[in-house]
Design a protein around this ligand. Structure first.
Ligand code: IFM
Length: 482
C-alpha cells in the first residue's frame, strides 16, 4: 500500500449529517406543530431572499431515495435530527404518532440498508409553544426536553445506538438570544446566558433519562461547535483576549459537560450581567454526569485581538464590516474583537480553510479533557456549485477541503486521539439558516426548483475514502469547478 495512503482504524465510522429543519420541509404535514424557525424565517429580513424551510429538500417525502443515495455512496452512518414539534406539536404531553412513525420508518430504512443511525434530539427547532413560555430561558423547558428524550429513548432503544442530545448549544443560545442571527432572534445577553445554562441542564437531564431507557451498549454524547481560537499577535494582551474568547466559545460548554464546572471568571461575569445566580445547587452535577463521546463540529479557526490592540491600530488596518471575511462581534464583557485574518483560502461562507486547526483542536481536547472519545459530527464547506453541461457537479475545492481535513484527523489519531468516526456536513445542499438556500454545503447537489439530486464529485471522493478506509496525503489533480 502506498505510504501516501493514510489508513483509519478498523471500524472507523464514515457518515453524512443533516438536521430536521434544514432538510425535511413538510412543516404542516401529519400534525407537526410550528417551531421557532417557522416563526423566525417568516419575519421580514431575517433570512436571505426571504427563504424559508417550508419545503427545504422535501426529505420528509423523499427520505427513501436519499437513503438509497447514501447507501450507493457506501457511507455506513447517517446523522439526522428529530423535529421535536413533529413528535410533540406543543412541546409537551401527547405524542403525535404520525410524527414518531416518520422517524421509525427512517430508522428502519437505515437499518435495512445496513446504515447506522446517529440520532440528534435537538438541532435548533424548538416547538414554538415552548418559546411562548420563555423558550430556553425557562427552566421548565429542561423538564420538557427530558420528557421528549424519554419518548425518543423508549421508542428507539432497540434501533438507535448513537445518540446526541444537543447540536451546538453555543450557537443556539448566543446567536439565538444574544446576537439575534438565529431563532428566536433576541438580543439580550442575560437571556442568552440563561438559555445556555438551561440547554446544558437539559442535556444532563436527557442523558439521565436516556441511560434509563437505553441498553448499556448505547453511546450518548453532545455535539459542540469547537473553534480553535488564535490570537492575532503574540502580544500578552491578544493572547489573554484569545483565552477569554476560548472560554466563551469552547470551555463554557466543554468544562460543564466534561468536568462539571464553568470557567470561574466567566460565570462571575455572567452573574453580573444577568443580575442573579442562575446556577442552582446540583445543576453542574447533572450537566457533568458523563457522556460516552464528544461530537466535534469543526469548520474554521477564529482570530482574536484585545480591545486595546484594536484601538491602537490605524483605522485603515482595522477589521471592518466591509471585510469579506468572517466577522463575529464579541460581546463587550470579553474585551476582545474579531481580528483581520491572514489572507488565504476562504469558502463561499467566508470561512478560512485551515485543516491544521482541526488537528490542533483534537489534540487540545485529548490533552485537556482526559482523552475523551470523539466523533467529528460535522465538517465541510460551502461553495457555489452548479450542475455543468455534462450533467455533473465538479467541486474540486470541496474535495480538497475534505481531503486536507481528513489528513489532519488522521494525524491526530496517530498522535493518540480516540477519534471514532467522521460525518460530513452535509449529505444534501439544504436550508442554511439565515443564509437560506444561498450556501451549498452538500456532497449531493439539490436543485431546489425540481428537487433533483446530483451527487457531486466530492460525494464520489468521500465514497472512495470510506471504501478504502484511507485518505491520500497527496492532492489529486482535479478538473475545474462547474
Ligand atoms: O448548517 C450548519 C449546521 O446546522 C450547524 N453547524 C454548522 C452548519 C454550517 O453552517
Amino acid at each position: 500500500m502506498s505510504s501516501q495512503l493514510l489508513m483509519f482504524p478498523k471500524g472507523f465510522l464514515w457518515g453524512a449529517a443533516t438536521s430536521s429543519y434544514q432538510v425535511e420541509g413538510a412543516v404542516a404535514d401529519d400534525g407537526r406543530g410550528p417551531s421557532i424557525w417557522d416563526t423566525f424565517d417568516h419575519q421580514p429580513g431575517k433570512v436571505l431572499n426571504g427563504d424559508t424551510g417550508e419545503v427545504a429538500c422535501d426529505h420528509y417525502h423523499r427520505w427513501e431515495g436519499d437513503l438509497d443515495l447514501l447507501n450507493d455512496l457506501g457511507l455506513r452512518s447517517y446523522r439526522f435530527s428529530v423535529s421535536w414539534p413533529r413528535v410533540q406539536p406543543d412541546g409537551a404531553g401527547k405524542v403525535n404518532q404520525k410524527g414518531l412513525d416518520f422517524y421509525r420508518r427512517l430508522v428502519e430504512g437505515l437499518r435495512h440498508r445496513g446504515i447506522e443511525p446517529l440520532l440528534t434530539l435537538y438541532h435548533w427547532d424548538l416547538p414554538e409553544a415552548l418559546q411562548q413560555k420563555g423558550g430556553w430561558t425557562s427552566r421548565e423547558t429542561t423538564d420538557r426536553f427530558e420528557e421528549f428524550a424519554g419518548i425518543m429513548g423508549s421508542a428507539f432503544h432497540d434501533g438507535v445506538t448513537l445518540w446526541v442530545t444537543l447540536n451546538e448549544p453555543f450557537f443556539a443560545a448566543f446567536e439565538g438570544y444574544e446576537l439575534g442571527g438565529l431563532a428566536p432572534g433576541l438580543t439580550d445577553t442575560g437571556a442568552a446566558v440563561e438559555a445556555a445554562h438551561n440547554m446544558l441542564l437539559a442535556h444532563g437531564k436527557a442523558v439521565r433519562t436516556l441511560r434509563a431507557c437505553l441498553p448499556e451498549s448505547a453511546e450518548i454524547g453532545i455535539a459542540l461547535n469547537l473553534d480553535v481560537v488564535r490570537p492575532a499577535t503574540s502580544s500578552p494582551e491578544d493572547v489573554a483576549a484569545a483565552g477569554r474568547v476560548n472560554d466563551y466559545l469552547n470551555r463554557w460548554f466543554l468544562d460543564a459537560v466534561l468536568k462539571g464546572s464553568y470557567p470561574r471568571w466567566l460565570h462571575d461575569r455572567y452573574v453580573q450581567v444577568t443580575g442573579r445566580e442562575f446556577v442552582r445547587a446540583g445543576d453542574l452535577g447533572v450537566i457533568g454526569a458523563g457522556i460516552d463521546f464528544l461530537g466535534v463540529n469543526y469548520y474554521t479557526p477564529v482570530y482574536v485581538e484585545s480591545e486595546a490592540s484594536r484601538d491602537r491600530m490605524a483605522p485603515g488596518s482595522r477589521s471592518t464590516a466591509t471585510d469579506t471575511v468572517l466577522r463575529r462581534p464579541y460581546p463587550d464583557y470579553l474585551a476582545a474583537a474579531a481580528a483581520r485574518r491572514p489572507a488565504g483560502n476562504y469558502t463561499a461562507k467566508g470561512w478560512d480553510v485551515d485543516p491544521g486547526g482541526l488537528r490542533e483542536m483534537l489534540l487540545w481536547l485529548r490533552h485537556n479533557y482526559n482523552g475523551v472519545p470523539v466523533y467529528i459530527t460535522e465538517n465541510g464547506a460551502s461553495y457555489p456549485d452548479a450542475v455543468g453541461a455534462d450533467g455533473e457537479v465538479h467541486d474540486p475545492r470541496r474535495i480538497e477541503y475534505l481531503r486536507t481535513h481528513l489528513v489532519a484527523a488522521n494525524e491526530a489519531i496517530v498522535e493518540g486521539v480516540d477519534l471514532r468516526g467522521y460525518f460530513v456536513w452535509s449529505l444534501l445542499d439544504n436550508f442554511e439558516w439565515g443564509d437560506g438556500y444561498a450556501q451549498r454545503f452538500g456532497i449531493i447537489h439539490v436543485d431546489f426548483a425540481t428537487q433533483r439530486r446530483t451527487p457531486k464529485s466530492s460525494a464520489k471522493f468521500l465514497s472512495e475514502v470510506a471504501r478504502r478506509n484511507a485518505v491520500s496525503r497527496a492532492a489529486a489533480s482535479l478538473p475545474a469547478d462547474t
